[in-house]
Design a protein around this ligand. Structure first.
Ligand code: IMP
Length: 174
């Protein structure tokens, strides 16, 4: 399978540090920020981002899966693993690896907002603007990439290539 590097390890590390600095500034007055990583893809991004923050933070995880109703346009998102923590009155930042159609982030944003946190914001490392199907608000965004399947830095193709230190497009047919 052919891999073409789209975002190098150095570029990712630099951008992660920038995002962490921005987030640390924005939440400087908050008692605590709860980072909610979306499994599995966000685990590496969350690990690096959280270690660069200079504010009090804790880590939680959620897992979702998409189910296809035959056609992509109507695919929906289902909660597979919920938070263990009550987020009422807390500041929450959802940390997602990649935003494709936007459905996952929208689903999680609405679900968490209904639990009456002090605030809910979103952070995504990568977004594919050409694939957006629903409007999504991303408060902290790493990179925009063209419409291609990408792997590395937590992202997989059929569970492979998650641990590459860079992000690459993959052509499974080759
Ligand atoms: P969305 O709900 O369509 O925005 O899809 C988001 C989820 O689809 C992500 O959390 C990933 O798990 C998966 N995904 C979308 N595009 C890619 C990709 O290019 N590589 C790996 N996973 C992807």
């Amino acid at each position: 399978m052919d891999l073409e590097v789209l975002i190098s390890e150095a570029e990712i590390q630099r951008r992660v540090r920038e995002l962490a600095a921005e987030i640390s500034r924005d939440y400087a007055q908050a008692d605590e920020l709860i980072l909610v990583g979306v499994l599995k893809g966000a685990f590496i991004f969350l690990a690096d981002l959280s270690r660069c923050l200079t504010i009090p933070r804790s880590i939680e995880f959620m897992a979702v899966s998409s189910y296809d109703n035959g056609d992509q346009e109507s695919s929906a998102v289902r909660l597979v693993m919920d938070l263990r923590k009550n987020i009422e009155g807390k500041h929450v930042l959802v940390v997602e690896d990649i935003v494709d159609t936007g459905r996952t982030l929208n689903f999680l944003g609405e679900l968490l907002a209904a639990r009456k946190p002090e605030s809910v914001k979103t952070c995504a490392l990568v977004r594919k603007p050409d694939r957006a199907r629903v409007e999504t608000e991303i408060d902290y965004l790493g990179f925009e990439i063209p419409d291609a399947w990408v792997v590395g830095y937590g992202l997989d193709y059929d569970e492979q290539n998650r641990t590459l230190p860079y992000i690459a497009s993959i052509n499974p047919a080759s």
